[in-house]
Design a protein around this ligand. Structure first.
Ligand code: COA
Length: 294
């Protein structure tokens, strides 16, 4: 992994929240972090520097959530497209790597997707244009995917003679093996409507309404208990492949921990007292994705 400080001054920097990025723009509004992939000239394709920065961002976001500073993150792309996946020019250099060097290289991307996937807050993807290859992978590690109705999706790797490897655990968890057998094998591009049908996308709106749709989801998130959100998110992979008998023990412990927590007690008490719980945020004004320029 390339630590951020290694990135030389060849590119102008965004400095927000004490983090300096070359290919990401971040802004924070209250407890919401807005992240924009910012390499529009190559349709926000990932190279090793973008991967390093996204990993750094995910770690910083995890820490901020742990300090109760953040409750949600929104990921978008600058320019015409959300994300065109791996940077093909960068990937073409990997042909000169040994197989072991390629494993090391691929592990950095796997770590990045894993770090975003397990963030202990709600992550929304705001998709316009296209989400291809690793871009569809990035959508797969988000909790709520809001897409423009004219966006294009695809696990296009086989068209380049490679495979959707590091994104596969996350994509499979969203679309299941049946859709993956068709879409991973053909590399065919598909519509937002199809993406919704197979579980990759949750909400489709006209492109002009994307920010309003994102705000609606944020509004829901900001009325829910932040620790409960993190616990609910952690519960899903814990329970997913357990038998009903095995799950009983995990789920009983999980709900017991919430019931005795300060947040859980406040939520139940607030309901009975017919008032808003302390964490309940007011309405969100939407002003467009922060830092997002199309
Ligand atoms: N890696 C590197 N460069 C890429 C790229 C990628 N994945 N995707 C796009 N680019 C570059 C193009 O080469 C082009 O560069 P140029 O201006 O020097 O010619 C520039 O981005 C714009 O691409 P273009 O195709 O003209 O933009 P578009 O808006 O018409 O289409 C896409 C956008 C994303 C639909 C299209 O670029 C595309 O299909 N890209 C390939 C995506 C892919 O297969 N990804 C999987 C990788 S495993």
């Amino acid at each position: 992994m390339f630590p951020v400080f290694v990135l030389s001054c060849r590119f102008s920097c965004f400095r927000v929240n004490d983090m300096a990025y070359h290919f990401l723009a971040t802004t924070r509004e209250g407890s919401v972090e807005y992240l924009t992939l910012n390499r529009p000239d190559v349709r926000n394709a990932f190279n090793e520097l973008v991967i390093a920065e996204l990993t750094e961002w995910a770690l910083a976001t995890r820490d901020a959530a742990g300090r109760h500073e953040l409750r949600a993150a929104v990921i978008a792309g600058a320019g015409k497209t959300f994300c065109a996946g791996a940077d093909v020019t960068w990937m073409s250099k990997t042909v000169s790597y040994t197989e072991e060097e390629n494993v090391r290289d691929a592990m950095a991307a796997a770590r990045m997707f894993g770090a975003i996937n397990s963030l202990p807050l709600a992550v929304i993807a705001r998709i316009h244009g296209a989400a291809l290859g690793g871009g569809a992978g990035l959508a797969s590690v988000c909790d709520i995917v809001v897409s423009a109705d004219d966006a294009t999706f695809g696990f296009t790797e086989v068209k380049l003679g490679i495979i959707p490897a590091m994104i596969s655990p996350f994509a499979l968890a969203k679309i299941g093996p049946s859709a993956a057998r068709e879409l991973f094998l053909t590399g065919a591009r598909f519509s937002a409507a199809r993406a919704k049908e197979i579980g990759l996308v949750h909400d489709i709106v006209p492109a002009a309404d994307l920010d309003a749709a994102v705000s609606r989801h944020l509004q829901e998130i900001l009325t829910a208990g932040p620790e409960a959100i993190a616990a609910a998110k952690a519960l899903i992979p814990q329970v997913w492949d357990l038998s009903v008998d095995e799950a009983r023990h995990v789920t009983a412990r999980a709900i017991a921990a919430r019931r005795v927590s300060r947040e859980g007690q406040e939520g139940l008490r607030a309901f009975l007292e017919k008032r808003r719980p302390t964490w309940h945020a007011g309405p969100i004004e939407h002003e467009g994705h922060r830092g997002h320029k199309e």
